[in-house]
Write a protein that binds this ligand. Structure first.
Ligand SMILES: Cc1cc2nc3c(=O)[nH]c(=O)nc-3n(C[C@H](O)[C@H](O)[C@H](O)COP(=O)(O)OP(=O)(O)OC[C@H]3O[C@@H](n4cnc5c(N)ncnc54)[C@H](O)[C@@H]3O)c2cc1C
Length: 304
């Protein structure tokens, strides 16, 4: 069986995108997890979700940018996305990755870029979620988030239950009054910073979810895991926490049945909708989360 660690290793080998793309069926396969290559594809996908009572967050795929021009082009894309949200009336906010906006190049440059997006979102009455990447980026990501939250307010952060440090980070962010998306974490991390056992990551997720729900702030519980969702529902019911005081979040194309069921049960549900040409690392992380997906990919490639 292909291991999670090997798939995460492949996700960092960006040159392999070209190799995979040569298979005729490959593009079709990526469409299971990615709304399309341009903004209109993403808007169409979000309109469909909105009809089902599900809100969204746009993700213009990109990360680990090493060129200032590329980072600036991503800023322009996000400003355009915010304008299009306003113009089309879709119910969506945006998610950004700081390495897409120049974090690996220069922290101040990244701050200025992210600031432009948050400021524009503020003008539109919208909200920006800063995704969390691998642990060497956690401190810098939190620093930029904190500065922008204090200046504008309409920005939230992602924290990952696989990191030992997250409980303390959650306390700090809650004391600011800011919104958190809690997820398990998608990167390959060493035992020195992250729980090595899935059971520990899951137990921490439940503990942290309870902290978030009790905080009185509107947070996002991001998981496709039936057990995490059941634990959230049970805790909310037991503590009399209303269904509209938090939201479940899931990724485009994953557990669509569950997304719909939760929305029908009266919960708030938001789907993360990625689009763009830089799909390779995102797609490979989705395979790593469920190595059984590799068989789905291979089957389609052989068909193609
Ligand atoms: C809205 C959203 C935003 C996210 N943002 C970030 C972020 O900023 N930083 C970060 O590190 N991670 C992020 N993640 C990813 C997250 O950290 C996990 O890697 C991912 O959600 C898988 O964990 P899980 O909670 O679904 O549980 P798991 O234990 O991985 O999976 C539970 C079950 O969910 C289903 N499932 C999970 N993943 C898949 C898949 N890829 N394909 C098919 N079925 C699947 C399967 O049925 C599986 O048995 C985000 C996730 C979501 C939902």
């Amino acid at each position: 069986m292909v291991s999670r660690a090997f798939l995460l290793y492949l996700s960092r080998q960006h040159g392999l995108k070209g190799v995979f793309s040569q298979f005729p069926g490959f593009k079709q396969v990526t469409h299971r997890f990615i709304a399309g290559e341009n903004i209109d594809d993403a808007i169409k996908a979000i309109q469909e979700l909105n009809k089902l009572g599900i809100t969204a967050t746009f993700d213009h795929l990109g990360e680990s940018t090493s060129s200032r021009q590329e980072a600036e082009s991503d800023v322009r894309e996000y400003l355009y996305v915010l304008d299009r949200i306003q113009a089309t009336g879709v119910n969506s906010n945006v998610s950004v990755k700081l390495t897409q906006l120049g974090l690996d190049i220069d922290e101040d440059f990244c701050m200025l870029n992210t600031r432009k997006i948050v400021e524009n979102a503020k003008r539109h009455g919208n909200f920006v979620r800063i995704d969390m990447e691998d642990s060497p980026k956690t401190d810098a990501t939190l620093k930029i988030f904190r500065t922008l939250f204090q200046e504008f307010g309409n920005v939230g952060i992602v924290l990952q239950s696989y990191l030992y440090r997250t409980e303390k980070d959650i306390d700090d962010v809650i004391s600011l009054g800011a919104r958190i998306r809690l997820c398990k974490g998608a990167y390959q991390e060493p035992e020195s910073v992250a729980f090595p056992q899935k059971s520990e990551v899951d137990a921490n997720f439940i503990r942290l979810m309870q902290k978030l729900l009790k905080s009185g702030i509107y947070h996002g519980i991001a998981t496709h895991d039936d057990k995490m969702i059941a634990a959230t529902r049970e805790f909310a019911a037991r503590e009399n926490i209303s269904k509209d005081s938090f939201e479940f979040q899931m990724l485009y194309g994953i557990r669509r049945d569950l997304q719909l069921k939760l929305a029908r049960d009266g919960f708030k549900v938001r789907t993360y909708v990625p689009y763009g040409e830089f799909w390779y690392p995102y797609f490979m992380r989705r395979l790593a989360e469920r190595p059984a997906n590799v068989w789905f990919v291979l089957k389609n490639l052989l068909k193609g």
